[in-house]
Design a protein. Structure first.
Length: 303
């Protein structure tokens, strides 16, 4: 009798756990474990190629590796309609509503600063997000103002990005854009500044002010704050804990003049996208396990 009673309690407990701890949530279009957001067409094409996400999810703007009737995908890819934190915030909201991903990765390019131990092609993994578009101007002085936002996932940083940073051989042999005899990109972890200006002229007074105000930042771009603010807003349920990571390849240097900056960006964008995407691919393979890794074994020489 006692054993029957104990068994009944076990069944009831198991049923309650299944109700209160769902395996995952489903969005309007299905479920994705990892969602990737890019901003530019060049970034989208580069990430799609590296990850092998060549199937169009019909009647949507998403790309996946293979279609399935369950609409349950390990990875989905989407591009924002343009740059700026406003558009990245809107797109992040759409992705979270459409697929309820467990993880959101922003993969693309950013500007670096050559005076901060960073070079063209290097990879920056953000551990902190600053927003450079909110100030109060009083008596001729700029005073910083802030709104709360989420920050990149410590779980993803500590347990996945850090390991790859310390073990570069794990991803470098997959990097197709590397040329023999040239150095591989370094992977740096640090602050990223997201603003509302495309910093392309080091002689501009406002650009100089921003670079001085954020003197420790490694990368400068225009979207991460919008992503971070939206993820922050979506933490409304104990059952949904979306975590995000920002991975940027350095395509230009913000302390260069306008003409040189534009030429540098055009030249280095393909390399920077490939570097960030390759690093992210190996990270996602480790995150999802060998099931996703199968078929993603491109090596140097991939066209």
């Amino acid at each position: 009798m006692d054993s029957l009673f104990i068994r009944l309690i076990e069944i009831m407990t198991s049923a309650m756990q299944k109700r209160t701890q769902p395996a995952h949530l489903t969005g309007k279009l299905g479920h994705a474990t990892v969602a990737i957001l890019t901003m530019t067409i060049e970034e989208f094409k580069g990430v799609r190629s590296v990850f092998g996400l060549n199937q169009e999810l019909v009647s949507t703007a998403y790309a996946v590796k293979a279609l399935n009737e369950q609409n349950d995908y390990p990875v989905v890819l989407r591009r924002a309609s343009g740059q700026t934190n406003v558009l990245s915030s809107q797109m992040t909201r759409d992705i979270l509503e459409d697929f309820r991903p467990s993880y959101l990765l922003v993969i693309g390019t950013a500007g670096g600063h050559s005076g901060r131990d960073i070079k063209l092609g290097d990879i920056v993994v953000a551990d902190y997000i600053d927003y450079s578009g909110y100030w109060k101007l009083k008596d001729g002085v700029f005073h910083a103002r802030r709104n709360a936002c989420d920050h990149p996932s410590l779980h993803l940083l500590a347990n996945f990005a850090e390991g790859l940073s310390c073990n570069p051989e794990a991803w470098q042999h997959r990097f197709a854009s590397h040329k023999d005899g040239e150095p591989y990109p370094n992977v740096l972890t640090g602050a990223v500044v997201a603003g509302d200006l495309l910093l392309g002229d080091a002689d501009n007074a406002e650009q100089q002010r921003i670079l001085t105000a954020y003197d420790k930042a490694l990368a400068f771009e225009m979207e991460s704050y919008g992503v971070a603010r939206t993820v922050y807003a979506y933490r409304s349920s104990v059952h949904y804990n979306p975590q995000f990571l920002i991975i940027r390849g350095i395509s230009d240097l913000v302390n260069e003049g306008a003409d040189e900056n534009n030429a540098t960006r055009a030249k280095w964008t393909p390399f920077a996208v490939d570097a960030a995407a390759t690093f992210a691919l190996v990270l996602v393979e480790r995150l999802l396990g060998p099931g996703f890794s199968k078929g993603n074994t491109q090596s140097k020489g991939r066209l």
